[in-house]
Each structure stands twice: as structure tokens, then as C-alpha cells.
Design a protein around this ligand. Structure first.
Ligand SMILES: Cc1cc2nc3c(=O)[nH]c(=O)nc-3n(C[C@H](O)[C@H](O)[C@H](O)COP(=O)(O)OP(=O)(O)OC[C@H]3O[C@@H](n4cnc5c(N)ncnc54)[C@H](O)[C@@H]3O)c2cc1C
Length: 330
């Protein structure tokens, strides 16, 4: 399965396929995990979630930002979404990856961009801005930028990756900051991160307990892992913790029945809602993550318009071939 994973990671990193896919709207079944390509369709999708008692954290998809122009465009799109959330009254906040707004171009330019975003969000009903964490180098830079912002703003927080050895200290340091806790999505070396699923899961549980017992701010537990979720629920009951100080999070389109069940049980539930034309890389990474996610790929969306374009077609044809093979092998 390593080959399939590497294959989808390669597709996700292919700039030609990424830019070609942008022209076709959501193809391939990506509409199951990406809420929309524009603001109105995304607000509509958030309303559907809100009607089910679920809130949203919204991610403006964007890849390959190497210039100030691209970073400024992304920043403007994020601000437009903040305004749309505020004006429409849907229950949602934003998640932002700092690389998308210029972290690799110039750190102080990126700081100005995120400062503007957090300021705008504060004006729009004190909306929360979550700084997503990425690979280790960018995660450290993200923490440094958070340290500067948190003196001035309360509506900003970040993500702690349980695979990092340093996570325990970070949880302690950020007791009064709103945090999302995740297992961690990147490939990091053994010098800085746990490598096996068992070690990562064990540390994840330890960190969640540490956080829930000591936090002075809101906590999001972001996982699709029902064993972890059940453990957290039991822990909350045993320690008589306040359910209103935490929420569970999952990605849009994944385990939707479980999402609804948890929300119906009286827990706060928030869905990570990606939107935008830059859906291709995000979708390929979801396919890389779990072989079973190939079920998302839909043959019928293989439209003639897309098919005609060799560039996108090459990637799509390969994906559909793999999806068919995966179905056969199940
Ligand atoms: C809302 C959200 C925000 C995130 N933000 C970040 C971030 O900022 N930085 C970062 O590094 N990472 C982030 N991640 C990714 C995270 O770090 C993990 O890589 C990712 O969530 C996979 O781990 P998991 O805990 O969901 O469970 P896994 O370890 O992938 O799965 C554990 C078990 O759960 C079950 N399971 C998992 N998925 C499914 C499914 N779709 N259907 C049925 N059963 C399933 C299976 O039994 C599986 O064996 C985020 C994840 C979420 C959900």
C-alpha cells in the first residue's frame, strides 16, 4: 500500500495537475470532502451542518504559494470568507495555514497578513482564527508567530501534534490559548517524533488528559479514531469535566454518521470545511492517507470535459484505475 500512498502524495505535489484541476470545479468525487469552490456554496454547506447542530472551521484551500502576489490573494480570500461568515450569521470560524499567506516568502510579510486576518476576525464578532500546524519547520515558525499575536489578541490559537516529543511542554505553555489536539499528519524523523501508531496514540491520550485537566481555554479534539473518542468521553464523565469547554472535530465528509451521533449526545462538534478551487492536492492527500478513502472516487464524475484534458486526465485515469482495483480487492 506504500506505493499507492506515495503515488497519491506525488499527484498532490504535481503543480501541473493542481492548476489544471482548478479549471474544472470539483471532479472525481472531491465534492464529498470539499464543501464548495466558492463562498456562496460553502456558506450553504455550513448552514446544512449548522442545522444538524454542528459548527465549522473553514479552510481556504491553497497550494504552492511562492510569491507575495499569491499570498496576498489568499489573505484577501480568507478575509472575504470571514466577512461572509459574519454577514450570513452561520456558526463558523477559520483555520489558516501560514505557508498559504507567505511564510515561505518572507516571515514578517506573513506576520502582517495574519495580523490583518486576526484583527478583521476580532471585528467580526471576535471570530476565532486557528493557526494550523504543518511540517516541523513551519510548525515552529507558527508557534513563534502565535507567541507574538497572543499578547495582542485572544481570538487566536493553534494545533498541537501528538507525534512530537515536545508536545507535552507546548500543552503546558499554551494552557490559556485555545488549542486543537491532533495525532500529526506529516512524516517527521525519530529525533523529534514518535514513529509507531501505538506510541503516537498513547501520547495523544496522555496529552488530551493533561490538557482537559489543566486548560484555561477551549479545546478541540480532532480525530476520526472512535477508540480515542470513546476514551475521551469516559474520561470527561469520570472526572466530571465541563463538556462546554471542549469539542470534537472531524474533516468534512468523513464519518458523517459518527459526527451526528456525537453531536446528538450533547457534545460540541465542529467540522473542518475545506473550500476553494485548489481542491486537487487536498483530495489526493486524503486518498493517500487511507486506502479505504478510494471509495470516495466516483467514476461518473469523470466528465468528457475533464477527460479531454490530458494533463488532468492522466492523474484522474490513474486514480480511477486504482479505485477500481481497490474495490475488486475488498
Ligand atoms: C479537523 C482536523 C484538523 C486537523 N488539523 C491538523 C493540523 O493542523 N496539523 C496536522 O499535522 N494534522 C492535522 N490533522 C490531521 C491529523 O493530525 C491526523 O493525521 C489525521 O486526523 C488522521 O488521524 P486520526 O486521528 O483521524 O486517526 P487515524 O490514526 O488515521 O485512524 C485511527 C483509526 O480510526 C478509524 N478511522 C479513521 N478514519 C476513518 C474513516 N474515515 N472512516 C472510518 N474509520 C476511520 C480506523 O479504525 C483507524 O484505524 C487534522 C485532522 C482533523 C480531523
Amino acid at each position: 500500500m506504500g506505493l499507492t500512498r506515495d503515488f497519491f502524495i506525488k499527484l498532490s505535489e504535481n503543480q501541473t495537475l493542481n492548476s489544471a484541476a482548478k479549471r474544472y470545479g470539483l471532479a472525481l468525487g472531491a465534492n464529498k470532502v470539499v464543501a464548495g469552490v466558492d463562498i456562496p456554496s460553502t456558506i450553504k454547506a455550513i448552514r446544512v451542518l449548522n442545522d444538524k447542530g454542528i459548527t465549522a472551521t473553514v479552510d481556504n484551500l491553497g497550494e504552492f504559494v511562492f510569491s507575495k502576489e499569491e499570498a496576498t490573494k489568499a489573505k484577501d480570500e480568507i478575509i472575504a470568507m470571514i466577512e461572509a461568515i459574519n454577514e450570513s450569521g452561520v456558526k463558523a470560524h477559520m483555520s489558516v495555514k501560514l505557508t498559504q499567506i507567505g511564510l515561505d516568502v518572507d516571515e514578517s510579510f506573513c506576520y502582517d497578513n495574519i495580523h490583518e486576518i486576526v484583527e478583521k476576525a476580532q471585528q467580526c464578532g471576535n471570530m476565532h482564527i486557528n493557526l494550523d500546524t504543518e511540517d516541523y519547520k513551519h510548525t515552529i515558525q507558527t508557534f513563534e508567530i502565535l507567541d507574538r499575536l497572543k499578547g495582542e489578541y485572544k481570538n487566536v490559537g493553534t494545533v498541537i501534534q501528538a507525534y512530537l516529543y515536545r508536545a507535552t511542554e507546548d500543552i503546558d505553555k499554551y494552557q490559556d490559548v485555545r488549542l486543537r489536539l491532533v495525532k500529526g499528519a506529516y512524516k517527521e524523523p525519530a529525533e523529534i517524533a514518535y514513529q509507531t501508531k501505538e506510541d503516537i496514540d498513547e501520547n495523544y491520550i496522555k496529552l488530551i488528559e493533561q490538557r482537559l485537566l489543566n486548560a484555561k481555554a477551549f479545546t478541540s479534539i480532532a480525530t476520526h479514531d472512535h477508540n480515542i473518542i470513546n476514551h475521551v468521553k469516559q474520561f470527561i464523565e469520570q472526572h466530571h469535566l465541563d463538556k462546554n469547554q471542549m469539542e470534537f472535530q472531524m474533516l468534512y465528509g468523513f464519518r458523517t454518521e459518527l459526527q451526528q451521533q456525537i453531536a446528538n449526545e450533547g457534545y460540541h462538534f465542529c467540522v473542518y470545511v475545506p473550500f476553494g478551487q485548489d481542491w486537487y492536492g487536498y483530495f489526493m492527500r486524503r486518498l493517500a492517507e487511507r486506502p479505504q478513502n478510494l471509495q470516495l472516487v466516483t467514476k461518473s464524475i469523470f466528465t468528457p470535459a475533464v477527460n479531454q484534458k490530458i494533463a488532468v486526465g492522466a492523474g484522474i485515469a490513474a486514480v480511477i484505475g486504482l479505485a477500481a482495483a481497490a474495490r475488486k480487492n475488498r
